[in-house]
Design a protein around this ligand. Structure first.
Ligand SMILES: [Mg+2]
Length: 175
């Protein structure tokens, strides 16, 4: 069962995603998590580096939408100044928010990438719909709430199991 938590790709940060390569492979849209994927869970706004990354994403021809389990205040405060569309209180790993985001972008699962820092929400939800899932290292785990801390514990169990099954290769981790 833990195979469904395996991302297609692992990177350190969003900046390490080979956007040009994914575009060439036919991907046209990015569904991205917010907390601990784009910025720390307590950071209200985008960093200058991240703003440049959004610009690059757009210039390459990707659509981008934030899908977050966090509330409207948090997500809109981050996304509205950047003119980025978002789905808040998404309840990932449910399929509904991913389907909604793809509909808003006008894209199919085959054209869509999911980026997130949690295997149980972002990766599992994306994998179930056949999206291209990218796991990033969480930016800061110290401010995470109880729900996320429980998820992290399950993640560690899953990782142990996947390593035992030889599915999780350390050598190609976060290249
Ligand atoms: Mg997150």
């Amino acid at each position: 069962m833990f195979e469904r938590l395996m991302p297609k790709l692992r990177v350190n940060t969003v900046f390490d995603i080979a956007l040009e390569e994914l575009y060439a492979r036919g991907y046209r849209g990015i569904i991205t998590d917010l907390d601990n994927t784009l910025v720390g869970a307590k950071a209200p706004l985008a960093t200058p580096e991240l703003i440049l990354w959004f610009k690059k994403v757009k210039e390459l021809g990707f659509k981008l939408i934030i899908v977050s389990n966090n509330n409207m205040n948090r997500v809109s405060r981050f996304a509205v100044p950047l003119n980025i569309e978002y789905v808040h209180q998404a309840r990932k790993p449910k399929s509904t928010p991913f389907l909604k985001a793809m509909k808003q972008m006008g894209l199919t699962p085959e054209q869509t990438i999911v980026v997130g820092d949690q295997m149980l929400t972002d990766i599992f939800g994306g994998n179930r719909l056949g999206l291209y899932t990218v796991l990033v290292l969480p930016i800061s785990v110290k401010d995470e709430g109880i729900g996320t801390r429980i998820n992290r514990r399950v993640e560690r169990i899953a990782l142990t199991r996947l390593r035992k099954q030889g599915l999780w290769h350390e050598e190609d981790k976060f290249k």
